[in-house]
Ligand binder design. Structure first.
Ligand code: HEC
Length: 128
């Protein structure tokens, strides 16, 4: 191979590798696009995220950083009202893994068993 061409080729490959770095970092954080699909399948029946409208469950629009049981006008269970915490990636992860374990008596009973699924759903909720 011609030397100049080989150099150009390897720098192109290096650039391609660098360009893919942010995508990898995002994967470690959770894949919001995959989270959207999971949300549509597992949560949307009861929760809106694009609109501040409550359904069977409270709206999840702006849920990140919000106090638990913090939506005005939604009739929460005493269990959720008693949760003295805000929703962060960590508290959401624990809640989605085992809602009744975190808030015994909650009406939210949908569990998300797989850690990667929870990460992806949480990434989506953070930036829907
Ligand atoms: C069958 C209906 C139903 C499904 C499906 C469901 N939820 Fe819920 N969710 C609820 C109800 C009802 C509440 C309120 C619980 C209470 O008051 O005890 C709730 C509460 C919550 C809360 C607390 C909100 C707040 O304002 O404090 C979060 C977060 C949440 N759900 C996330 C999810 C996610 C993510 C999914 C999908 C993996 C999901 N839920 C699926 C019914 C559902």
């Amino acid at each position: 191979m011609h030397r100049a061409f080989a150099l150009k080729l390897s720098s192109t490959l290096l650039l391609a590798a660098l360009a893919s770095l942010p995508a990898r970092a995002q994967e470690a954080e959770g894949d919001a696009a995959r989270g959207r699909t999971l949300f549509q399948r597992q949560c949307q029946f009861c929760h809106q995220v694009a609109q501040p409208r409550n359904g069977v469950g409270p709206t999840l629009q702006g849920v990140m950083g919000r106090a638990a049981a913090g939506v005005q006008g939604y009739n929460y269970s005493p269990a959720l009202k008693g949760l003295d915490q805000s929703w962060t990636p960590d508290t959401l992860d624990a809640f989605l893994a085992n809602p009744t374990g975190v808030a015994r008596g909650t009406r939210m009973v949908q569990r998300v068993a797989a850690a990667q699924d929870r990460k992806d759903i949480i990434a989506f909720l953070a930036a829907p």
